[in-house]
Every structure is written in C-alpha cells, then in structure tokens.
Design a protein around this ligand. Structure first.
Ligand code: SF4
Length: 63
C-alpha cells in the first residue's frame, strides 16, 4: 500500500502524525513532508486510519 501525499493541501493539523508518528514525518512547521510513502503490510490499518483522519484530504491511499 502507498500513501500519496498532497503536500499543498496540508494545513499542519498533525493528526496523521499523532496516529502514526513512525509513518508520517512533519517538517519544523508541522506540515507533512512531501513525497509518497510506502507502507509495510503490518502497518496498513494504522496508516489507513491516519490518512483518513486528515481533515484536508491531503493523504490518499493507493492499493
Ligand atoms: S493530518 Fe493532514 S493536514 Fe494534518 S499534518 Fe497530516 S497531512 Fe497535514
């Protein structure tokens, strides 16, 4: 599974990071770091929930 990061939509709520700090990186200002994320199979549930928690829909899940 892959998470597509739409960095331009991120508003820095950090909800993704709060749920999965090992999967999502934030920059010094609290915005998600650009670049798509490859998710390990054992982390998919957590990553999915974290992506769905983004109120800006900045994180898209791709199977
Ligand atoms: S939850 Fe969404 S808006 Fe908040 S830091 Fe993560 S990607 Fe950005």
């Amino acid at each position: 599974m892959k998470i597509i990061v739409h960095r331009e939509r991120c508003q820095g709520h950090a909800r993704c990071w709060a749920l999965a700090p090992d999967i999502f990186d934030l920059d010094d200002e609290g915005f998600v770091v650009s670049g798509n994320i490859d998710v390990n199979p054992q982390d998919e549930d957590r990553a999915w929930r974290a992506a769905k928690s983004c109120p800006e829909r900045a994180l898209t899940v791709e199977k």
